[in-house]
Design a protein around this ligand. Structure first.
Ligand code: TZP
Ligand code: MG
Length: 233
């Protein structure tokens, strides 16, 4: 039987693009800012962002005590569930399990996808950073990753030491792996079109939505482009 994901990908009808793998729909995937905003400001902006309509929120917090991360992640989880948005934890599987997030996002320094699947079970979302590496993508896909993330697609100051990925890489990954593809790194409404055309299902962004006084305008513009793109395929 065709999965909802397959049906959505190959049916030229935007209204059918719903209800796919773990409810992870094409759209904007906002990753929390970790440099300039205090948590209160982050929470206020995140609430506005969620009300605009995004597919998923990722809590990415690199240097905070575990107890603080529990408090912050719990508050964000509540906001996400109020807005029916998937909530994913970056790096920390222990935190993901403790607050019962919708899933976890793993990079090369984190536990493997296989280990995470054993710990989380089948119902949770596991996303894997593949950078610009199709071998890593193959391994993650075979280890049951629910989405594959590629980037940095464009220049970014949010993360140091990124690897440069290209839209062509997304095209190849799309041909080979029937799971949602995430593009990340320097993405804006102005430069996202080639990524959508190359096969990105989710556009992951940080600064574009947090370092602005008008996240609602930016998200509306992203959502318009994503919707238009899916109406055309
Ligand atoms: N991984 C690759 S680029 C990046 C991460 C976490 C940061 C993306 O942030 P921005 O501000 O959208 O460029
Ligand atoms: Mg990580």
């Amino acid at each position: 039987m065709q999965s909802n994901w397959e049906i959505a990908n190959f049916t030229p009808n935007a209204s059918r693009i719903i209800n796919r793998m773990h409810g992870l729909t094409p759209g904007l995937y906002v990753v929390t800012e970790d440099q300039q905003l205090g948590f209160e400001q982050l929470l206020i902006k995140t609430e506005i962002i969620l009300e605009c309509g995004i597919s998923a929120l990722q809590y990415r917090r690199k240097n905070a005590p575990y107890k603080q991360k529990i408090i912050e992640a719990s508050a964000l989880k509540r906001l996400c569930s109020d807005n029916k948005t998937k909530f994913i934890i970056n790096d920390d599987i222990k935190l993901a399990m403790e607050i019962d997030s919708d899933g976890v996002h793993l990079g090369e320094d984190d536990i493997s996808c296989q280990q995470a699947r054993t710990m989380l079970g089948e119902d949770k979302i596991i996303g894997v950073s593949c950078y610009n590496d199709l071998v890593r993508a193959k391994q993650a896909f075979q280890a049951s990753a629910d989405y594959l993330a590629f980037g940095a697609m464009y220049a970014t100051t949010t993360k140091q030491e990124t690897k440069k990925a290209s839209p062509e890489l997304l095209v190849t990954a799309k041909q080979q792996y029937n799971v949602p593809l995430v593009a990340i790194g320097g993405i804006t409404p102005e430069n996202c079109q080639p990524l959508l055309e190359a096969g990105a299902d989710l556009l992951a962004v940080v600064s574009c939505v947090y370092h602005t006084d008008f996240p609602d305008k930016i998200i509306t513009e992203f959502n318009k482009q994503i919707r238009n793109h899916h109406e055309l395929i």
